[in-house]
Design a protein around this ligand. Structure first.
Ligand code: FEO
Ligand code: CA
Ligand code: CA
Ligand code: CA
Length: 615
């Protein structure tokens, strides 16, 4: 049985046993307590993996461990409910695309139905769609861009909510479904938290400063203990441009370009920063969505700061406040955490509605241990107006400026610049936190920063995983101890910058990191930057890797098709089903024989004997 932790005790005291059981199963489903844990002390007896590892594959297909099946379940262009399906050669209109799965599936989460249960045969599968790729979105690619094409690009990013059900041993998408929903680049959203209504959010298109149109660049994700979904806006700058006009220092720090990456600014003035500069400030946030309420307006939680958000996984502090860890996935950027002002209400879901609008944003500083090794002490530095030099004369007159220009606030307080922090996963029983630093080939270049204790390799092409434990086991603590859990790459490599210390199967560039309900650590890789032929033989295409937390042993579970990254791994509470996303397949898989448009796809993974995945 799982060890009773302090939060369980608090809940048990506060509510009746019946309510407690309901609440606990809900929390187990959302990861707050480890509902299926088998070990009473995960730190010393990490669950092991018993599947046989998969050989590295460079084939244009999906390969999964023996005894498992992994089959396409939901593709770009498939209807989320009973709307129109994919049309040959990507011929769907923008209106149709708004009723279909978007492109580039990324972060994903299974929420059991009904809300608060730990049902594993019925639920909502919620996933992000990261970015539009014209080659697969239009019959003629990016030729003759138009307002309709830009509208379809808006339609293809954001979030899909699917209702899914296990029937006779196979998973189906429920169509029609009252929950099914698309949230995309043109879905009305609102701002909450310290920047909502601030002057730097007001524009001719929104004089209130409270409205935001849609969500874009939806990469990693998170959830809350009350069963809402957090979608993270990552490469939002690609959708905006100054269109040849000047770029101010704040805009430059957020990579606003004079020349647009996509054509949005030419056809939608909101994306033209020379006309409406403050609209750019409304992107780059963590956005909360209630998948159980299709009428709920997505809320951009500005208290968590604005940067290229990757994932947003939570821990619960000893006193019941919520802590959310987020990384800024760009080279030489930072790791952040948000600590809520108020405690999570475990009995009244609605009471947590605006919990993420009030709290303290911190940024991490990793300091070396006494011997200078890649482990040591760390501090969380508050990004709070009036503290730590964040004053009006430094450009931070209010907290709205601090959160909107969080990167500049983090620069000012001396935080540690990291090698592209992607997903940050929390192991709830031990309180350990694991962050995938996916890589940074620019570290140590003559014009760039050199190594630091937590980012010890120059030319860090393969990435590493950093781990920390908060002081006193309290997620709200402002100090922590950290180490480099593992460095990716081939242990037999001669070049020190590329040599990994992996025990087991070789992998590079961890991106998704997540814990299953048994406390096992899983990574999905995105290794576009590390593709030497020699390495490819050892590592294969991007993969799903299981990692034993106690021993650091890595084992390859699934390999994707050519050119695709794997992302968004999620499980049912009973661990008998998993889903993972195959993002940007580049060749024939899964369907180019049909129309030459390889489509991003969600795979559903089952064990042939119906057993627990990973066991
Ligand atoms: Fe969208 Fe940082 O991966
Ligand atoms: Ca990612
Ligand atoms: Ca990545
Ligand atoms: Ca990606």
């Amino acid at each position: 049985m799982p060890r009773t932790n302090r939060l369980d005790t608090l809940i048990a005291k506060a509510i009746s046993r019946r309510q407690f059981l309901q609440a606990t199963t809900a929390l187990a489903a959302s990861g707050l307590v480890a509902g299926c844990a088998t070990s009473s002390n995960a730190t010393t007896a990490s669950p092991s993996f018993t599947f046989g590892s998969v050989a590295p594959s460079v084939a244009d297909r999906v390969v999964v461990a023996e005894g498992y099946t992994a089959v396409p379940f939901f593709l770009h262009g498939d209807p989320v409910s009973d709307g129109p399906g994919w049309k040959f050669n990507a011929a769907n209109t923008s209106d149709e695309a708004m009723q279909q799965g978007g492109q580039m599936h990324d972060g994903m989460w299974f929420f059991p139905l009904p809300v608060g249960s730990n049902k594993s045969d019925h639920g909502l599968l919620v996933m992000n769609h990261e970015y539009p790729r014209a080659a697969q979105l239009f019959a003629d690619g990016d030729k003759d861009m138009s307002a309709e094409k830009v509208r379809k690009m808006h339609a293809t990013v954001g979030v899909s909510v699917l209702e899914v059900k296990l029937e006779n041993g196979s998973w189906k998408i429920v169509r029609p479904s009252k929950y099914a929903r698309r949230i995309h680049g043109l879905t009305p959203a609102r701002l909450g938290g310290p920047a909502a209504g601030a002057a730097l959010m007001k524009s001719a298109l929104d004089p209130t400063g409270f409205a935001a149109m849609g969500t874009m660049g939806n990469c990693g994700n998170g959830t809350t203990p009350w069963g809402t979904y957090l979608t993270c806006e990552e490469n939002f700058h690609d959708y905006f441009s100054s269109m040849g006009g000047p770029v101010n220092p704040m805009q430059a720090r957020y990579t606003l370009r004079p020349k647009p990456q996509y054509k949005h600014p030419e056809f939608d003035a909101r994306h033209d920063a020379s006309k409406h500069p403050n609209e750019f400030n409304k992107a780059g946030w963590v956005v909360e969505i209630d998948p159980f309420d299709p009428t709920w307006v997505p809320a951009k939680r500005t208290a968590l700061g604005r940067y290229c958000h990757e994932s947003a996984h939570y821990a619960v502090a000893k006193d019941g406040r919520l802590v959310i860890y987020t990384g800024d996935d760009a080279r030489f950027e930072y790791v952040y955490k948000f600590v809520s002002r108020d405690r999570v209400n475990t009995t009244n879901r609605a009471a947590n509605r605006d919990l993420l609008d009030h709290g303290t944003l911190y940024v991490a500083r990793f300091d070396a241990g006494a011997d200078g090794r890649a482990q040591g002490r760390g501090r969380w530095i508050a990004l709070q107006q009036g503290q730590n030099g964040l004053t009006a004369d430094k450009g931070f007159p209010t907290q709205a400026e601090v959160v909107t220009f969080a990167r500049m606030a983090a620069d000012a307080v001396g935080a540690t610049k990291c090698d592209r922090p992607e997903w940050i996963a929390v192991e709830h029983k031990s309180g350990e936190v694991y962050a995938a630093f996916t890589g940074n080939g620019q570290r140590g270049r003559p014009d760039k920063e050199g190594a630091n204790p937590a980012n010890p390799r120059v030319n860090n092409l393969y990435g590493h995983i950093v781990r920390w434990r908060e002081n006193g086991g309290d997620a709200a603590s402002t100090t922590f101890e950290w180490d480099v859990f593992l460095s990716c790459g081939n242990p037999a490599q001669n070049e020190p910058a590329l040599r990994g210390n992996l025990k087991g199967d070789i992998f590079t560039n961890p991106d998704t990191l997540t814990f299953d309900y048994a406390g096992r650590l899983w990574a999905c890789t995105d290794s576009a930057e590390a593709t030497e032929a020699e390495l490819l033989k050892l590592r294969g295409n991007d993969s799903v890797i299981a990692i034993d937390r106690a021993t650091g042993e890595s084992r390859r579970f699934l390999v994707g098709p050519v050119g695709a990254e794997l992302t968004g791994l999620t499980f049912t509470p009973d661990m008998r089903t998993a889903w993972v996303n195959v993002q940007h397949p580049m060749k024939d898989w899964p369907n180019t024989a049909v129309d030459g448009k390889p489509r991003t796809a969600t795979l559903v993974i089952r064990k042939s004997d119906g057993g627990v995945i990973g066991s």
